[in-house]
Ligand binder design. Structure first.
Ligand SMILES: Cc1cc2nc3c(=O)[nH]c(=O)nc-3n(C[C@H](O)[C@H](O)[C@H](O)COP(=O)(O)O)c2cc1C
Length: 207
């Protein structure tokens, strides 16, 4: 089984589209988890996981951690919030601290695919996800950053807001029309091809 995780706070956004695209392209048995709406605390450094590599905090992460242990490969996608990975994604990866004790690395050898979703800056999220995968001794198979879909297009005020993404691209508008909207993942030709390619790579390695 390969596991796709979308760390976005939006259940339907670019992150979930790109993660699902890689899963589907692989043709392998897969499971998908969206972190949207999940309650995931950060690691509290209590080290109660040191004896048995199990996190003792009780929230929505434990089930996700179990799925990570089950998976042969983890496709982790996360959006850029304020120039770094979003908090949910960070908390989810931070809790994998519990998998690394006394010379044991529970995720060791699993394939990892790191995907960042950004409006502008494509350089912060992917390296972060990769670093966390490396800390877990995972084997990074591929990574890429894809174009985001700014919340300013759907917040209801984007057309008349002087500090948002809509204004930056189009200036003030009477209304936001279809022609102004950013491309969804399936319309991002180059990025879509990357997802297809990575799906094929996964199939080759694990199929
Ligand atoms: C709180 C917040 C902060 C954001 N900050 C940035 C940012 O610094 N740089 C950027 O490129 N995009 C930023 N974005 C835009 C998101 O990365 C973009 O909307 C992305 O598509 C979100 O992923 P999703 O479509 O899966 O929800 C921000 C969005 C939010 C909600």
């Amino acid at each position: 089984m390969i596991l796709g995780i979308s760390a976005s706070g939006r259940p339907v956004g670019i992150t979930d589209e790109v993660v699902k695209a890689v899963l589907l392209e692989s043709g392998l048995e897969w499971e998908y988890i969206s972190l949207a709406g999940k309650k995931i605390n950060g690691c509290i450094g209590c080290t109660r996981c040191a004896s048995d590599n199990r996190c003792k905090q009780k929230d929505d992460w434990n089930e996700i951690g179990d799925k990570m242990l089950e998976a042969e490969a983890i496709i982790f996608g996360a959006p850029n919030y304020y120039g770094t990975i979003n908090a949910l994604g960070h908390a989810c990866l931070e809790r994998t601290y519990s998998f690394r004790h006394q010379g044991k690395f529970c995720l060791e050898g699993k394939f990892g695919i790191a995907i960042g979703v950004d409006d502008q800056d494509k350089t912060s999220v992917v390296p972060y996800i990769k670093r966390m995968m490396v800390h877990n001794k995972m084997k990074i198979l591929a990574d890429f950053a894809t174009d985001g879909y700014s919340q300013c297009y759907t917040c209801g005020f984007g057309h008349k807001c002087a500090v948002g993404s809509v204004y930056k691209k189009h200036g003030f508008l009477d209304e936001i029309k279809d022609e102004h909207l950013p491309p969804r993942f399936q319309e991002q030709e180059k990025n879509r091809c990357q997802a297809v390619e990575i799906g094929k790579q996964l199939k080759k390695k694990l199929g």
